[in-house]
Design a protein around this ligand. Structure first.
Ligand code: ADP
Ligand code: ADP
Ligand code: ZN
Length: 218
């Protein structure tokens, strides 16, 4: 299965990709995580991406396309992958189509998570994650079961993203509507787009995604 999870910032792509990678036993490729790792490591890409991410804008297509090409060629993607945060522009989508044809790995489905802007802001404002294992949480909607303790690895250290503040979120939402939303008709025209109500509870969104995947494999 080669899947794309598509949706605005805070839609729940990372949350659902985390669950799906366990179910499908294929890795999730989060370009946001890859870029944050590059910033932390101080690589050339990280240096270029840092200020762009802080401003809530998109990193250049060239950088992103090369990053994802190298990642998809790694051996753990042989049985498939779940893309979270890529593609985000028409140029990225076209480049992805081209490289997947060359690799003989066509896209199975693009799953859109639909969520209103007001809800997105609430979700992003309360988002945090485990510093040790990366598991995502929310102050209100997905708190840790034991206070200040990661459900998965038991770590007590958590992080909040620098770009999860109100001003940057506004830019990120504009970037989504202007540059990423055109991908919806792009994939609809290829008949591989499926839309899921992303405003339901996490477990109900998971159930809707599973239903879509079940229908696709019939
Ligand atoms: P994205 O990867 O699309 O930016 P995340 O998966 O990080 O989004 O989700 C954003 C925040 O909202 C996180 O704090 C997450 O725990 C929470 N969240 C995700 N899905 C839901 C949902 N269906 N209902 C309520 N909160 C959710
Ligand atoms: P979100 O939770 O908002 O969906 P991500 O973690 O996917 O955010 O991305 C964080 C930031 O990283 C984006 O605001 C953007 O600056 C950069 N980024 C991630 N993926 C891409 C991409 N495919 N193209 C351009 N920029 C990207
Ligand atoms: Zn953890």
């Amino acid at each position: 299965m080669n899947l794309i999870l598509l949706g605005p910032p805070g839609a729940g792509k990372g949350t659902q990709a985390e669950l799906l990678q366990k179910k499908l036993n294929v890795p999730k490729l989060s370009t946001g995580d890859m870029l944050r790792a590059a910033v932390k490591a101080g690589t050339e890409i990280g240096k270029l991406a840092d200020s762009v991410m802080k401003a809530g804008q998109l990193v250049s297509d060239d950088i992103m396309i090369n990053l994802i090409r190298e990642r998809i060629l790694e051996s753990d993607c042989a049985q498939g992958f779940i893309l979270d945060g890529f593609p985000r522009t028409t140029a990225q989508a076209e480049a992805l189509d081209k490289m997947l044809v060359q690799m003989g790995k066509p896209l199975s489905l693009v799953i859109e998570l639909t969520v209103n802007d007001e809800i997105l802001i609430e979700r992003i404002a309360g988002r945090f994650s485990c510093a040790a294992c990366g598991t995502g949480y929310h102050d209100v909607f997905k708190p840790t079961q034991v206070k200040d303790t990661c459900d998965i690895c038991g770590s007590h250290e958590f992080i909040r993203r620098k770009d999860d503040n109100r001003e940057t979120v506004t830019s990120r939402l504009s970037a989504y509507h202007a540059q990423t939303a055109p991908l919806l008709p792009y994939y609809r025209n290829k008949s591989i787009l499926r839309s899921v109500d992303g405003m339901a509870e996490i477990k109900d969104v998971t159930a809707s995604i599973n239903k879509v995947l079940g229908e696709a494999s019939k």
